[in-house]
Ligand binder design. Structure first.
Ligand SMILES: [Zn+2]
Length: 306
């Protein structure tokens, strides 16, 4: 089996070309849940990418899904100007992030929308998504989560695209795997579980990892400070259990205040502080593989539609 290709906003590239990867972040994002904190500024997004690139960053994966201000048309020029590869997402977040009319308009055609965004482009931008982002609920999967994950699985089967999952406060990992991989037949190695650091139950982490899925740790964030500091131990425990090749790291900047240019940790923090912190525990070699090789493997797909 060949390694496939990662679908970036500038086209499909071999996995080996991603370089150091921030596997879960946001250049643009806006939700009624975070009023006044929208990531809308082009110049700020550019500054974050430049700061990330200056520390050796090569690729940023934006997990912003449908309808939350992705600014798809702005992504290729940003990538060109900064030299950072960008992967965009399709998918749908939890229902609270949308108005009723938006959700009603997607009934009966959600998988179709995902497939179109993966193969033809987001809106009229012509910019194709490289992954499908969906979300679970707090320790459970509600009807909305089951709907979006069923559509994501359908779109996966049609295209090969990976599915990235927002776990609400890091919970529900095993329910998500039961649904996506058990009921809906998505291969575990095409599933990325996000926010695991927000629920540092190392046993559940190991149980999830045993499926063969990818495990994404992200942050830091002010809202999740209570568990952020467990991240190095959680990552170390998974590496010691033999899952080092399934780990991913990201910054997950979701608010304007979290941007480095606004005085927050922002996108460069992953390389400025997280990387050296993890090197203490895991060594240079493994941390290098987590930042470079694992994202390539997680995102590279034998696309079933060009
Ligand atoms: Zn995110």
């Amino acid at each position: 089996m060949s390694a496939g290709a990662v679908r970036t906003v500038a086209g499909d590239v071999p996995a080996g070309e991603l370089g150091v990867c921030d596997a879960h972040d946001h250049l643009f994002f806006g939700s009624p849940q975070l009023p006044g904190q929208e990531l809308r500024s082009l110049s700020t997004a550019r500054a974050e990418l430049v700061a990330f690139a200056e520390l050796g960053g090569g690729t940023v994966v934006q997990w912003t899904p449908y309808g939350l201000g992705r600014r798809a048309a702005d992504l290729p020029p940003l990538s060109r100007e900064t030299g950072v590869r960008i992967v965009a997402a399709t998918g749908l977040h939890q229902a609270v992030h949308y108005d009723d009319a938006t959700l009603a308009g997607l009934r009966g055609r959600l998988a179709e929308v995902f497939v179109a965004e993966l193969t033809e482009g987001i809106g009229t931008s012509g910019v194709r998504a490289g992954l499908i982002k969906v979300a679970g609920g707090f320790h459970t999967l509600d009807a909305h989560a089951r709907w979006t994950m069923s559509a994501a699985a359908e779109a996966h089967h049609a295209t090969g695209a990976p599915i990235a999952v927002h776990l609400e406060l890091g919970t529900g990992a095993l329910d998500v795997l039961d649904l996506l991989c058990g009921e809906l037949g998505v291969p575990p190695q095409r599933v990325i579980l996000g926010h695991l650091n927000r629920s540092p139950d190392f046993t559940v982490h190991r149980q999830a990892a045993a499926s063969g899925c990818y495990l994404a740790f992200d942050g830091p964030s002010r809202a999740n400070h209570a568990t952020d500091w467990r991240m190095p131990d959680a990552v170390q425990a998974l590496a010691e259990a033999g899952h080092g090749d399934r780990l991913l790291l990201g910054g997950d900047t979701t608010t304007a205040a979290a941007r480095s240019v606004n005085g927050g940790p922002g996108m460069p923090y992953l390389l400025r502080r997280i990387r050296p912190r993890l090197v203490v525990e895991l060594g240079e070699e493994l941390v290098g593989r987590i930042l470079v090789d694992n994202p390539g493997r997680a995102l590279a797909v034998e696309w079933r539609r060009p």
